[in-house]
Design a binder for this molecule. Structure first.
Ligand code: ARG
Length: 579
């Protein structure tokens, strides 16, 4: 709808320009917003205020001229001037109802992408395999997953890349430990965290062990077969831990999406060579660096991106440059999104810049760091166990499910054990994910079990419950959401408000895809559930005054149900038919 209004305004502007009312050569960005108070129209634009000056007119006068020049359109019932010169558009409710009817019978709910479909690489999760996944990996995994799902739903060709840290100095230490305790491997690796700690302890207490660890890294990097075998064994076990977490989180990542740092190993020399060929390299204390003038340190000197250490070793940035080149040249991506901690913002800004200057990526390729804030504990400091250790993701998920189990059992003691467990899983895991997804990506937030498991407010339990309420309408009636007749009529105020919200689904998903911010979808679903509640309260469905009205309301309820379910699924939440 906003797009069609923008289009109408564009036509009016062209007409006024042709008539000489507006000077030639204006091409303003036309803004159209949803209004808060629907009594003053459904959409507003400030275009007359923006153009008043170049047109040499008073904003309200220009607004009137624009209204006169607007082509008629069946979806707009009237246009008014408000305040200093806003144009307020009133949506025609018959046209709106028609669009909703179309969405109800469309498997995609009439959602479509505003721009052309793209091939998008989504870099997500990407834990370091030396350790077990901890809460720090939660955000990248679930925010990246939600955005990937939304882009796919909009019609993009999405390629997930799990850029795991499977290469680097810590592996020497782990290999030395594996070598020392060959029989213990299977058993001890069942808890990677413990394995890492034990290896680290040996490393710190024994100089001989530390020496062996350093030797093994060198051998590994030189391609020694024995080292590679141990290293593979270790990574397989670590990756299978990750996969268990992904499955449990209901995240669409598979072993096929893994392309870790080690995969680029053979190309790193060529990356350095190519940078040299472009004249971008300088040597600094024996290290190979690219200096970027626009990034300066505290003393005002340009900052380097180090691509090769004095000893010859390559770095995190070198691998990222190789992966950017691969994503552009091999995967032919139009866009690459990096869901990585905000603290790596400078790394990505600089690496993107080097990749561009070196011509590693196509000039039109969009490279976007989708940074996120820290997940804190109740004390506002980074989330830790009581004794100050990192919290393992599995432990956190266990606790969430356990708490959800008690909660649901308390509310619904007669449920049988299997169903109870199933509901507890959907609610517990859903709560952890939703609490995270509903916050603005870039802000830090406090992890709080009580809040996220509350049935009130913008939470998973509230939304999952809202969906079951819609589902129960159809269950009671014994009809399917897909087998309704009649058509939608938007008469009551609550029907109009709900209808207008439903019509925004496509626009909201486009926003999520463009900016990589799932919280927009969360707020939308929360508003939708609220509007459904007031509709349900004020507009009786089963006891409606006539069959026509009853069908119309059932259709509205069905579209609400489908939109909630689809929206939750795009966030990676499992919906329940009852709870
Ligand atoms: N393994 C890195 C870490 O845990 C994150 C990698 C993110 N992706 C990338 N292409 N750099 O910090």
């Amino acid at each position: 709808m906003k797009d069609s209004i923008r289009h109408l305004i564009q036509q009016a502007l062209a007409r006024l320009t042709a008539e000489g009312v507006l000077p030639d050569g204006l091409s303003p960005a036309i803004q159209v917003e949803n209004t808060r108070d629907k009594t003053h129209g459904d959409f507003a634009s400030n275009i007359a205020m923006m153009l008043a000056k170049p047109a040499g007119m008073k904003p309200r006068d220009l607004a009137q001229k624009l209204i006169d020049a607007l082509p008629t359109d069946s979806s707009v019932s009237k246009v008014e001037i408000a305040g200093p010169g806003f144009l307020n558009f009133f949506q025609n409710s018959a046209a709106l109802a028609q669009r909703l009817d179309a969405a109800l019978t469309d498997s995609h709910l009439c959602v479509s992408k505003t721009g052309p479909a793209q091939r998008v690489v989504v870099d997500l999760s990407s834990p370091n395999l030396a350790k077990e996944m901890h809460v720090g990996h939660l955000r990248s995994t679930i925010i990246g997953d939600a955005v990937a799902r939304v882009l796919e739903f909009l019609g993009d060709d999405v390629i997930r890349q799990n850029h795991v840290g499977d290469w680097g100095t810590q592996f020497g230490m782990l290999l030395a430990f594996l070598e020392e305790n060959p029989s213990a491997a299977e058993a001890e690796l069942s808890d990677l965290e413990q394995f890492y700690r034990a290896a680290k302890q040996r490393f710190d207490e024994s100089e001989a062990f530390a020496e062996r660890a350093r030797e093994l890294v060198v051998k590994l990097q030189a391609g020694d077969a024995d080292c590679l075998r141990l290293w593979k064994q270790f990574n397989e076990i670590s990756l299978s831990h990750c996969q268990k977490v992904y499955d449990r989180l209901n995240v669409k990542l598979t072993p096929d999406d893994v392309k870790g740092e080690s995969a680029y190993n053979a190309e790193l020399g060529d990356i350095v060579h190519a940078l040299k060929g472009k004249g971008l390299l300088s040597e600094s204390n024996g290290a190979q660096c690219v200096f970027l003038e626009e990034f300066k340190n505290a003393e005002g000197n340009p900052l380097p991106v180090i691509v090769q250490k004095a000893g010859g070793g390559y770095l995190y940035a070198t691998t990222d440059l190789a992966s950017m080149r691969y994503r552009s040249q091999q995967l032919k991506a139009d866009r690459a999104l990096y869901f990585v901690d905000q603290r790596q913002a400078l790394h990505f800004q600089m690496a993107f810049e080097v990749a561009r200057r070196a011509g590693f990526v196509h000039p039109d390729m969009q490279l976007e760091h989708m940074g996120f804030g820290t997940m804190n504990g109740a004390d506002g400091r980074p989330f830790k166990t009581r004794d100050g250790g990192t919290v393992k993701l599995v432990d956190l998920l266990d606790e969430a499910e356990q708490r959800a189990y008690s909660l649901v059992k308390g509310k619904n003691p007669e449920l049988d054990e299997t169903e109870l467990r199933q509901i507890a899983r959907a609610v517990g895991i859903g709560a952890v994910k939703y609490a995270d997804l509903s916050k603005h990506r870039t802000s830090d937030y406090s992890f709080n079990f009580e809040q996220m498991l509350s049935f009130e407010g913008n939470t998973a339990p509230y939304l999952l419950y809202a969906y079951t309420r819609v589902a129960s309408v159809f269950r009671k009636l014994g009809t399917d959401m897909d087998a309704l007749s009649g058509e939608i009529h938007l008469d009551a105020e609550q029907e109009q408000a709900l209808g207008a919200k439903l019509a925004q689904f496509s626009e909201v998903l486009n926003g999520v895809g463009e900016k990589g911010v799932p919280h927009l979808l969360c707020s939308y679903l929360y508003d939708l559930a609220g509007l459904f509640s007031s509709f349900y309260e004020h507009c009786p469905i089963l006891t409606a005054e006539s069959e026509t009205v009853k069908q119309s309301r059932l259709r509205l309820a069905a579209l609400t149900g489908k939109t909630l379910k689809q929206g939750l699924e795009l966030l990676g939440l499992e919906t329940l038919e009852r709870m």
